[in-house]
Each structure stands twice: as C-alpha cells, then as structure tokens.
Design a protein around this ligand. Structure first.
Ligand code: ADP
Ligand code: MG
Length: 366
C-alpha cells in the first residue's frame, strides 16, 4: 500500500510574548527541526501509531478517542477534531520521528499535530486549507489533550516558511510572511530551568490581563495602544504594569516587522532587549538565571539582542546575531554561563544550558 509522508517544523517566537490571549500580535519563525510522519491506510477503523522518540506502539479505534494523559492524545486529538468537523476517516498506521526536542518550548506538539494532519489530509483527500488545518491542531490540543493553548504554534507549523517569520494577528488569524534578512543568524538556548509554577503563573497573568481590560472598559488589551498608556498607568499595581507590557509588546511586534523589512538588525536587537526588560519588570515572568543568560548573550560582540522566549518562569532565550557567528556565539554564551554558575558555588538555581538552535544566515552558507 502507498506510503504517505508529511512533516512540519517546530518554531521559536521572535517577539510578542503573552500577547496572544490578549488578541494581539506574535512573530514566530519555523526552526530547522521537524516532526516527520509516514502514514499507511488500513482497511479497518484502527489507528496504530509508533513514535521513535517514545520508542513504543500505541493504538485506538476511530471514534474511541479519549484522554489517556499520554503522547497518543496528540494523535487522537487530531482524528477527533477531524471527525467532529465532519470529515470521514478510516484507520491507518502511522510512524512518527522528530528532531524537535520534546517539551522544550519549541513546539514539538504543534509540529506533531500538523505533520499528522497533513498526512491524513493527503491520505483521505480532505479539502482543508492550511489555516483550517492549523485550527484543527489547536482544537486537538485544547479539547483532547486539555491544554488551553492559542493558535500561534499550529499556525506557524502550518503556514510558516523557512527563512521567514510569520506575523500573526491572533484576533483575526490574519497572517503575513515576513522574510528574514539573509545576514541574520538565529540562536535559541535553553536555560535548563523548568519552573513548577509556570502553569499557575500563566493563569494568574491571564486573569490579571482580563481584569485590566475590564477596568479599562475594553474587550481585550489588544484594543489599546501606546497613546492609552497614561490612562493605563492609573490602574492599581500590578495591573498597570501587566497592561503596559502587553500594549508595548504589541507595539514592539509591529516595530520588529518594520525593522525586518528595513533589514535593520540593530533596531531589531534593541526591540528584543526592550521586550525582555518588559517581561522581567512589568510582566514579571522572567527569573534571575534567565536574566543572566540574556545579559551574557547581549554582551556578546556578535549578538544584536536577546530575550526570554515563551511563557517564562524558566525556558529558553532567543537571540539574533551577525551572519555566520551563531555556532561560535552560542558556545561563548553557554561557556560563560556555566563558568559563572561554577564560580558562584555551583549555583543550583541555574540549569545546564543547551543550544537548541544555532542557525547560520543564508548568506553565510552560500
Ligand atoms: P513542546 O510543544 O514545547 O515541545 P508540549 O508539552 O506542548 O511541549 O508537547 C510535548 C508533548 O508532545 C510530549 O510530551 C509528547 O506527549 C508529545 N510529542 C511531541 N513530539 C512527539 C513525538 N515525536 N512522539 C510522541 N509524542 C510527541
Ligand atoms: Mg507545545
């Protein structure tokens, strides 16, 4: 029987953090790592799945998708979302292999969902466009997995293109590809820190943003701009700072798009630095070890700017660097971070950093 292959990339968010649930703007870009799947149709209603990363087979009957609390939920979520939107499926066998690190904030989950959905779309000839496909992936994760995620990861996995960032208006799902200058290197370094209160912190911030919007009399913070900051400052603390982060961050995403289009990497770097300061001081989702990692990266002569990427309370930093310097800069940054931790009595509050992406510019490869 015919084998169908499909794949989808992981992503890193360049700028626009905690803006998605406020209806605002984000700017992710696909990373080189992808999840790939092989699909073979079956004559019955069974779905059998192998994951190379998990090293196991699992199976379920179509129509019997339910949360089991494991990795199969991501696949079951996809077939359930398809069935609930009226698409007829039959059973299949699926083999998954991914080089996106699992659970490191590079969205292995969305890359898995989109690889699976792309393969199913092709195998069963389903008429679904790429935006709808992304929203099905989001639905899989929201409903079956039970993670209240926005659609950024899936939209980037579905519509993103290597060498471009994807500007997303999370209110309308309008998207626009913004080519990355070919003299820009991209770095993602994981801090090795995972904070237990990440979920709780996320929930609190979300509630604070909703409360700030309510007190300001707008549906979402997206509906305010930098001209409203004087009014925002009159909110009680910490709501004023939370709202200021979201409003200025939306503005920085727009400025980052303009900087990319103007190939102005210096300005882009400054926007990264301002975004990090806002996440640290106004939104309070950074931690000292991440601030240190960002400071070390920003002090590197080849780095234009760096910031915490993702929800915060640990996780990874993203940096942009001069063409052809990513690998060497990543090594310098991680070495210096480790040296400092060692010198400060093997500081246990710091994780072991890991370079996740050191993507050298298109022009430095040619
Ligand atoms: P992230 O998306 O940032 O990598 P998540 O917690 O959202 O982190 O998703 C990670 C989960 O997605 C894994 O724990 C696993 O259940 C599932 N997953 C991702 N990639 C694979 C894979 N290749 N094989 C099996 N499960 C996977
Ligand atoms: Mg995920």
């Amino acid at each position: 029987m015919d084998v169908i292959t499909a794949s989808a990339p992981g992503r890193v968010n360049l700028i626009g953090e905690h803006t998605d649930y406020n209806g605002g703007f984000v700017l992710p870009t696909p990373i080189p790592q992808r999840t790939a799947v092989e699909l073979r149709r079956r004559k019955d209603g069974l779905v059998r799945v192998w994951s190379r990363e998990i090293g196991a087979w699992a199976e379920y009957a179509l129509g019997d998708e339910r949360r089991r609390g494991g990795w199969l939920d991501y696949v079951m979520g996809c077939t359930q979302a398809l069935r609930l939107t009226g698409h007829a499926l039959e059973g299949f066998e699926l083999k998954i292999a991914s080089d996106v690190p699992l659970g490191s904030g590079l969205s292995s989950s969305a890359s898995l969902e989109l690889a699976v959905l792309r393969a199913i779309r092709q195998a069963f000839g389903l008429a679904i466009d790429d935006t709808q496909l992304a929203l099905l992936g989001q639905r899989a994760e929201n409903e079956l997995v039970g993670a209240p995620v926005g659609a950024m990861d899936q939209l980037c996995a579905s519509l993103g293109q290597a060498g471009s960032a994807l500007f997303i208006d999370t209110r309308t799902f309008a998207t626009r590809l913004v080519p990355l200058p070919d003299d820009l290197d991209l770095l993602v370094i994981d801090s090795g820190l995972k904070h237990d209160h990440a979920t709780g912190g996320y929930r609190t911030r979300r509630a604070e943003c909703e409360e700030a919007a309510r007190q300001l009399g707008v549906p979402q913070l997206r509906d305010l701009g930098v001209d409203d900051l004087a009014r925002v400052a009159r909110l009680p603390d910490p709501l004023a700072r939370r709202a200021r982060h979201v409003i200025t961050e939306d503005d920085r995403v727009l400025a980052a798009v303009a900087a990319l289009e103007a190939r102005d990497l210096r300005t882009l770097g400054e926007l990264f630095v301002a975004s990090h300061a806002s996440m640290r001081d106004d939104f309070e989702v950074s931690v000292p070890a991440i601030d240190t990692l960002v400071a070390i990266a920003c002090a590197d002569p080849d780095v234009y700017g760096a910031r915490l990427t993702g929800g915060g309370f640990g996780g990874a930093i993203v940096a942009i660097a001069k063409a052809g310097t990513a690998a060497a800069a990543a090594r310098r940054i991680t070495d210096q971070y480790c040296d400092q931790s060692w010198n400060q009595n093997r500081d246990q509050t710091r994780g072991t950093p890991r370079v996740l992406v050191a993507q050298e510019a298109a022009c430095s490869r040619s």
